[in-house]
Every structure is written in structure tokens, then in C-alpha cells.
Ligand binder design. Structure first.
Ligand code: CUA
Length: 336
């Protein structure tokens, strides 16, 4: 009984999750996601109809068998033979027709994704074990910047994503905005996404890429174009200089410890290229690629023992004293 109740509550939670706009292919908010959604319901509807027809035939057969009429197979009659041939022939023809329609519908949906559209923003996304590097591209070098695990886009404008992977195959998937696209080492892949409404859309790596594959999430933040321009201008700035002794201490610890060997903070001498760029770390929603909300407490725990929150993460533990650990965490949170 308890198992049944827990299964029911799991099912209810799953259904409720499908309704939320956080991460669901059944809640499309962008062009290609809507096309996939319509294709999904078309396939499901037709398959349901076929299933109902098959069940109706099966019930009719069971019902007839219970009657007193003789088995038609044992006493074949010309009329019933012909009827059976008709039914089987119609069934085969209908199956071929449905499969052909499915193939065409699928082809047309796919084709619509490839149609060239003017894109306002181009972003290079690099998949790493297990986080997303995000580079905003521009014609001028001083207009480019880097961030991680959070992608801001302007609402109602197609955004081009170019993918790269230096390690293994990952797959970029934000179900409410588009279908999946693999990031394949040595191969160029691309995807155009568009959000119809402002909002926060969760995405997830959709190709098993190692032990922390499940903790390789990202957020897409769709903003009105004015807000997006504001965000962009802020991201182009160098990091906020520390303005208290405690924050200055945090910055010194960061630069003097192993942190600076892997991470960059523009405007400081931390220039590591291995881990995420932390220039505006404090403005992001999550830490460790969507593993936990970005709070001072979570961050302190993460730096103190990364393997605990995300086993096998590439981020090493850095031996820091308690006060240094707190100063570094406070400094990073101040980087808005
Ligand atoms: Cu990256 Cu799964």
C-alpha cells in the first residue's frame, strides 16, 4: 500500500513537473520547440487512434469467439475469406500510409529548423566535463566576453549557438526552446534558439558524458532587449574591485592560491583558462553547473570540499584556513 502511494506521488510529481515551465518539452516557448511539440502530439494522437482501433478489433474477435457460430477457419466460405483479405489488405495499406505521413511530417519539421534566419546574437558554447563555457562573439574583440553555465538571450530574436567540445560528446538541450544538439569533438555543430517570452529556462546535457553528466545543467535567461543590452554592458565590464578589507583579503587569497591557476577574473591577475571564468560570478544563479543555488553558504561548502557536492569534479580541493575560505567566498559573491 505504501509502495503504491509512493508510486502515485512520484507519478503526480512527474506530471506536475511536466507542467512547469522550468524544463519541459511539453511547455514550448520558442519556435523549434513548438514545432517538436506539435509533431509529438500528432504522433501520439495517431498512435492512440491506431491503438483504439486495434483494441476494438480484438474485443470484437473475443466477443465473436464466445458465440456459437462455427470457426470460419475450419469451414471456409468464399464470402468470409474475401472479407478477411479486405481487412488485412486495408490494415497493411493504412500502416504504410501512416508511416509515410509520419516520415514526411518529421522531415518537414526538421527542414524548418535549417531555414536560414537573421540572428542577432552569436554565442559559442563549449561543453566540458562537466560545465558549459559560454563566449559571446562580436566583430570587435572588445565587445566579446566569457561566462559559464548561464546564457542570456534577447526575447523574440533568433540566437545562433556554435558548439565545440574538447573532451567527449555532450548534448545541449533546453526542452522549452529547442530540440537537442550534440557537441562532438572535432566537429562543428550549430543550433538556433529563440524564446517567445521572457523567462528562465533550464537546460541539461542530454548525452551521457561521464560520472557527473546529471550535474551538467545550464540556465537560459530570456530578457527584453533593453534588459539584455544592460546585462551585456555589465558583463563587458571588468570585475568589481573589492571595496572592503575583507573583500580585499578574499581577492588576495584567490590570486595567491591555486584558484587563480584555473579561473580568470578580468581586471585582476587571475588568468587561468581551465575552469569557468568568474569575472561576474556573483551575478549567476547557480554554482557547479546548476548543481546548487549560488548562495554564500553553498559556495563556501563547494570550495571547501568540491568532491562532496560533485564527486569526480575536476575542481580540486584547495587547502585554505577557515577565515581565508570565508573571505574568498565573500569576494566571489561580490563579483556582480
Ligand atoms: Cu555533458 Cu552529459
Amino acid at each position: 500500500m505504501r509502495a503504491l502511494a509512493s508510486r502515485a506521488s512520484f507519478l503526480a510529481a512527474t506530471l506536475l513537473m511536466a507542467c512547469s515551465h522550468e524544463q519541459s518539452a511539453l511547455a514550448p516557448d520558442g519556435g523549434t520547440a513548438r514545432a517538436i511539440y506539435q509533431l509529438f502530439w500528432f504522433f501520439t494522437g495517431v498512435c492512440m487512434a491506431v491503438w483504439l482501433v486495434v483494441m476494438a478489433f480484438m474485443l470484437a474477435a473475443i466477443f465473436r469467439w464466445r458465440g456459437s457460430s462455427p470457426d470460419p477457419m475450419l469451414e471456409p466460405e468464399d464470402a468470409s475469406e474475401r472479407r478477411i483479405s479486405w481487412v488485412v489488405g486495408a490494415g497493411v495499406a493504412l500502416t504504410v500510409l501512416i508511416l509515410t505521413i509520419f516520415t514526411f511530417a518529421s522531415f518537414l519539421t526538421n527542414k524548418s529548423f535549417a531555414e536560414p534566419r537573421p540572428r542577432s546574437v552569436t554565442i559559442k558554447i563549449t561543453g566540458h566535463q562537466w560545465w558549459w563555457q559560454v563566449n559571446y562573439e562580436a566583430h570587435r574583440a572588445d565587445q566579446t566576453f566569457e561566462t559559464a553555465n548561464e546564457i542570456h538571450i534577447p526575447v523574440g530574436q533568433p540566437v545562433k549557438l556554435d558548439f565545440e567540445s574538447p573532451d567527449v560528446i555532450h548534448s545541449f538541450w533546453v526542452p522549452s526552446l529547442s530540440g537537442k544538439q550534440d557537441l562532438i569533438p572535432g566537429r562543428y555543430t550549430t543550433l538556433t534558439i529563440e524564446a517567445d517570452k521572457a523567462g528562465i529556462y533550464r537546460g541539461q546535457c542530454a548525452e551521457f558524458c561521464g560520472i557527473q553528466h546529471a550535474h551538467m545543467a545550464m540556465y537560459v535567461v530570456a530578457q527584453a532587449s533593453g534588459e539584455f543590452a544592460q546585462w551585456r554592458a555589465q558583463q563587458l565590464q571588468s570585475a568589481t574591485p573589492p571595496h572592503t578589507d575583507q573583500l580585499r583579503r578574499g581577492q588576495q587569497v584567490f590570486q595567491a592560491s591555486a584558484c587563480a591557476m584555473c579561473h580568470s577574473i578580468s581586471g585582476t591577475n587571475a588568468g587561468g583558462r581551465v575552469g569557468p571564468d568568474l569575472t561576474h560570478f556573483g551575478s549567476r544563479m547557480s554554482i557547479a553547473s546548476g548543481t546548487a543555488p549560488n548562495t554564500l553558504g553553498n559556495l563556501t561548502g563547494w570550495i571547501a570540499d568540491p568532491q562532496r557536492m560533485k564527486p569526480y569534479t575536476r575542481m580540486p580541493s584547495v587547502a585554505l584556513t577557515g577565515p581565508d575560505l570565508i573571505a574568498v567566498s565573500q569576494y566571489l559573491e561580490s563579483l556582480k
